[in-house]
Design a protein. Sequence first.
Lengths: 212, 212, 245, 245
Amino acid sequence: MYRMDRTAMARRVAKDIPEGAYVNLGIGLPTTVANFLPTGKDTFLHSENGILGMGPAPAEEDIDWELINAGKQPVTLLTGGCFFHHGDSFAMMRGGHIDICVLGAFQVSVTGDLANWHTGAHDAIPAVGGAMDLAIGAKKVFVMMDLLTKTGESKLVSKCTYPLTGLGCVSRVYTDVGVFEVGKDGARVLEMVEGLTLAELSYITGLKLALA
Amino acid sequence: MYRMDRTAMARRVAKDIPEGAYVNLGIGLPTTVANFLPTGKDTFLHSENGILGMGPAPAEEDIDWELINAGKQPVTLLTGGCFFHHGDSFAMMRGGHIDICVLGAFQVSVTGDLANWHTGAHDAIPAVGGAMDLAIGAKKVFVMMDLLTKTGESKLVSKCTYPLTGLGCVSRVYTDVGVFEVGKDGARVLEMVEGLTLAELSYITGLKLALA
Amino acid sequence: MEAQRLESGRQTKKGRGMINKIVGSMREAVSDLHDGASIMISGFGEAGVPAELIDAVVEHGASGLTIISNNAGSGEAGIAALIREGRVRKVICSFPKMAASHHFDARYRSGELELELVPQGNLAVRIQAAGSGLGAVFTPTGYGTLLAEGKETREIEGRHYVLELPIHADFALVKARAADRWGNLVYRKAARNFGPIMAMAARQTIVQASEIVPLGALDPETIVTPGIFVNRIVCTSPALTADAA
Amino acid sequence: MEAQRLESGRQTKKGRGMINKIVGSMREAVSDLHDGASIMISGFGEAGVPAELIDAVVEHGASGLTIISNNAGSGEAGIAALIREGRVRKVICSFPKMAASHHFDARYRSGELELELVPQGNLAVRIQAAGSGLGAVFTPTGYGTLLAEGKETREIEGRHYVLELPIHADFALVKARAADRWGNLVYRKAARNFGPIMAMAARQTIVQASEIVPLGALDPETIVTPGIFVNRIVCTSPALTADAA
């Protein structure tokens, strides 16, 4: 089965971000979506640590450790961007002002529950950051993940077994083999990679899937 | 009986405002306390409409209607003063950051209840402004009022009959004939004008008063 | 991880897109108002009142409005004009009684106008709660008074609080000193007042700015309202728009 | 009314008083810390961390501390040093797990260190609730998750919320770009983060500023933290203090 690589996935997510959108890209893979936003269009990247209008990574010599993104990587500020404190930054999320947020996940349920902060392992040090705020705050939550774990289990599930980040909060799931809509009415397949059939997808996920 | 005039009362209140205090002066008579704060000392005047470091009235030619106090009178900004929005301004009050607030009153009870926003008249248009926020927010609430109404009733009462602004919030009452401490333990007389006795004061207020 | 690296210089630092929230006229700025809309209006006294936008609302003709503002109009213009013309169903404010609030007074006494009187700081925090997505807040202001009657109260750590709900609005009309095409705003002196918090609480925020400046002219450290909270901007001196936008 | 007129020009426009919140050393700035104190510390990653003030806390020796911060230290300096030295009883934070959070990890696993894990936005809003005098807030974040277990919840207008209490602190340690003697502050880029809201929530706010500027040098329109929220300031480049104050 053909699988999209991470670049292709990031490119695919970027396609669904319209000009003028206020967008928060989660730590890790979602951050790379920024690399595929069209140039010459205004897309507004929000960073939880108080930045709106975040630009690309700086040249080595321009790195400023007081201008970093949520993943603590150096970034730049676009002309027209601005800074604000954590209260205002999370008001932007919680208050529904962010149009789209893109997050990674351990699991997403067909009803849009998200698990992406904790494996539930007994001895793990828990850390949540802004994950729960992003999950419930943005108008649309896009998840970006491989459909299967390394051991072949589906990460799109009927019910999450990992500790939840938010309930019924995910709108779409972008995976290496297809794009899914999730929500109150369950999961529907929006796109599949070439050569994959709905039957195969249902089989590998163990879910009753329909086309959208 | 000797009665202090309004200037003397304002001067008396000003004496109890230490250097460095953050102070909100209510509309009307309390506003005039500013005229008697010592020059050459830093006292920080807060105005509910988003000003800290409010200065005196401007010369006629410098009036700016976007630089007004809570009573909508033109004011100035001291060097070192600043502007902020209503959220932050009322956080300063409600959050206990204002050291002293000076308010007028219809009635104050011996336990510190304040009535200063509404006469309770059936046909009055009610208006509250920031009175309730000031009453409960400042570390100390000073009330400034004539002790008696025009018809001779005491405005320092055992229990307010006018609608309340705040419960148990007043610390001191500055009147034309004396200064009172009020609170959980009732009213105590801190000062009286010359020639007035405790017995007389108790008689005209109808209260059992003690010296502090 | 290679794939997780942010690329450098892929977007130019200059925002070269075309997002432009500036509209050409007051009329256009308020064109999608509707009957029954709730409208927040910035201002304290005359400072920060978006007078020209309110004129446009009067002209637009929408009625059955709920107005959320600190005052309820004075004289013949602004909110007073809306009330005089019978467009307002309800006012949520802290201080309706002004020297010249005769239009409010008349409609209120005749029972044509509903008043929800809110202590000023509760008005502010309820607007902030709406803007920041809170479901409700426990505030100490008003506890034990007429204005908390019938409201849920609670003692927390020895202090008494009243439960207050957020105030959302369909529109906010805000006055700013300067704006850029992304909607970043700065204000002037005490005209700032309710502007920044109302801009956060409304579904559509419409701004009248005294000046439009080019993108980048406002210092990113000193922008008071980030453009994310602003939908439309109109300049009160249209000549200044053409120069900058 | 004549008596109610504000006098003009009675105070000079220049603040000529002597209020000066600047102290001469980091040691002096933290001198009144005490065992068992709760301390808010600004910063997100390394940006905005008041490193020199934390060093002074280590040197001071106070123990049994509760630290409220976004992270729980990394490497050997800052919060990590406080934890390594056994000074910290409890951490309230959103993200303790860092590449080099070995000191936190060890003390946490051994049970010597209590952790209250709070979603970052709830951390922010609880700090804001403390600073603005609210008794509690209903926030949607965390509803239905482990981090809301045992907490009161409520459905309001069809949405689910968790009741969260304010987080107060005895002290806040904040890093600013510049300060004046009244305590007015401005920040730099993303180093602003928790500084302004922590300054509002602590009983004593102690600031390390990269620069001290004369009163009036900061534009009143662009001051981020008004001096009312600041108790003490120390300059990280003491040479700059003498010039300006």
